[in-house]
Design a protein around this ligand. Structure first.
Ligand code: PAF
Length: 295
């Protein structure tokens, strides 16, 4: 395995792999602080592709001015050990200027699906995500790129920009990985103390309540959202930012649920930490979320 810091080296390695060796490349974009959710993406990349590149870059443009960019967990040594075990070929861990050279002035904005849900709570967030993903795709030119369903809106935005900007990359989305408690794995879980960690299980409990209501025939989206809201309110350490019930592919707000796949997404503050989670109802070929044992 090689750790690459320079954009030019990454581009030329990827070009050689593609042209001279005629191999497929899988890219797993990450911000590091890897957990089992990331590792599930890496394993699938390893299974599907000849060469696996994992990028590790904490992207400043997707953080708001009062967000946790400075404190975001970073541990490249630990990440490298985990990725070595999974037989990754390259870690691309660029310095800031390799991604955003001096005078950088070009951003990518995916219109329409970037402004609601996470985009409404975190203005500019998806412009940052779309920009860095575009840069990474241009450097690596992957055949496949892997993202987690936990960031549901991000997956839609990445799929849209891949299509609109004509990248020759297939986007592979893999299920959310959860602890046995139901808590979705996230690098930000590292911020939670023991009590908050327990409190954070309310996100999935709330989503399960909504799922159950739907199973019992509830089709009114306001009432489904109310189930989520009232479940979150049972947890004193939790404060709901938003809950949304939308078409899972377009993020169009739904009043009445029909046969279309439905995304129920929420963001909740637990103490000082903001967490997100979601479930999709009604998807024909849906892979179930994965549960992992935690010590
Ligand atoms: O999901 C993430 O970790 C980030 O948003 C991504 C896709 C690596 C872009 O910085």
């Amino acid at each position: 395995m090689e750790i690459i810091n320079r954009r030019q080296r990454m581009s030329s390695v990827a070009r050689k792999v593609r042209r001279e060796e005629d191999k497929t490349i899988g890219l797993v974009p990450t911000m590091g602080a890897l957990h089992e959710g990331h590792l599930s993406l890496v394993r699938e990349a390893r299974r599907m592709c000849d060469v696996v590149v994992v990028s590790v870059f904490v992207n400043p443009t997707q953080f708001g001015p009062n967000e946790d960019f400075q404190h975001y967990p970073r541990d490249l040594t630990k990440d490298t050990a985990l990725l070595t075990e999974l037989n990754v070929d390259y870690i691309f861990a660029p310095a800031m200027e390799e991604i955003y050279p001096k005078g950088f002035a070009t951003y990518v904005k995916v219109e329409g699906i970037s402004d609601q849900l996470e985009g409404a709570s975190r203005p500019g967030h998806f412009r940052g995500v779309a920009t860095v993903v575009t840069i990474l795709f241009n450097i690596v030119r992957p055949d496949f790129a892997f993202f987690g369903q936990k960031d549901a809106q991000q997956t839609l935005i990445v799929k849209r920009l891949t299509r609109d900007l004509a990248f020759d990359t297939e986007i592979v989305i893999l299920p959310t990985v959860r602890e046995e408690s139901g808590l979705a794995l996230s690098s930000r879980n590292a911020y939670l103390d023991e009590d908050e960690r327990r409190a954070a299980t309310v996100l999935y409990r709330a989503l399960r309540t909504a799922k159950e209501a739907y199973k019992n025939g509830e089709r009114n989206s306001t009432r489904i959202a109310d189930w989520v809201r009232s479940t979150v309110e049972t947890e004193p350490r939790a404060r709901l930012d938003y809950v949304s019930v939308t078409d899972a592919d377009t993020l169009e707000k739904l009043e009445k649920l029909d046969d279309r796949p439905v995304l129920i997404a929420l963001a909740v503050h637990v103490g000082k930490t903001r967490l997100i989670d979601n479930v999709v109802l009604n998807r024909a070929k849906q892979k179930e979320d994965v549960t992992v044992k935690t010590s």
